[in-house]
Design a protein around this ligand. Structure first.
Ligand SMILES: [Zn+2]
Length: 166
């Protein structure tokens, strides 16, 4: 299979709704831009990618490699990541700013997580000097692929276990 990203995923549709509700206007799946960003806001010259943690090898619990055919997955998913990075750089080079919203950003705090994502994005749209934003932010610059620990909660308030969706 050659397609990595599927269009109109759940978190993608959710983010569109949130943006629209806040008054942001956008376009979808701009094929002319590197990586075909999921959501584009021409007014802010910002491209948004809504990334599945597994397929784009996020540094979180959902971004861990499967136990079977580990090497095969590793090379496949690392290629995805590499391609993402190249696309982000290309976009920056032609004057587009890039925001990556990981799917796990919506799973953490229920209603609060939606507010968090949208307020982070709003700030990013209006800050002219930042070129790249990741939500949630990367735990460290070079993700440790062998780690099975969830690092995304570090430094944040603990939530009761029952609140965390499976
Ligand atoms: Zn994640």
């Amino acid at each position: 299979m050659s397609r990595v990203r599927s269009k109109d995923t759940k978190p993608e549709v959710l983010l569109r709704k949130l943006l629209f509700r806040k008054g942001f206007r956008f376009r979808l799946h701009r094929k002319k831009l590197p990586g075909t960003p999921d959501i584009v806001l021409p007014k802010f010259r910002t491209a948004i990618f809504v990334h599945g943690c597994f397929w784009h090898l996020h540094d979180c619990k959902r971004g861990t490699l499967p136990e079977t055919r580990r090497e095969w997955w590793k090379s496949k998913l690392e290629k995805n990541r590499e391609r993402d990075r190249k696309n982000f750089l290309l976009l920056n080079e032609i004057g587009w700013r890039v925001a990556v919203v990981w799917e796990c950003a919506f799973r953490k705090h229920g209603q609060d997580s939606k507010e968090h994502v949208i307020s982070e994005l709003s700030l990013f749209f209006r800050s002219k000097d930042l070129l790249f934003l990741e939500i949630p932010p990367a735990a460290n610059a070079t993700p440790n692929l062998d780690s099975t620990e969830e690092k995304e909660n570090s430094g944040e308030e603990k939530e009761p276990m029952a609140e965390i969706p499976k």
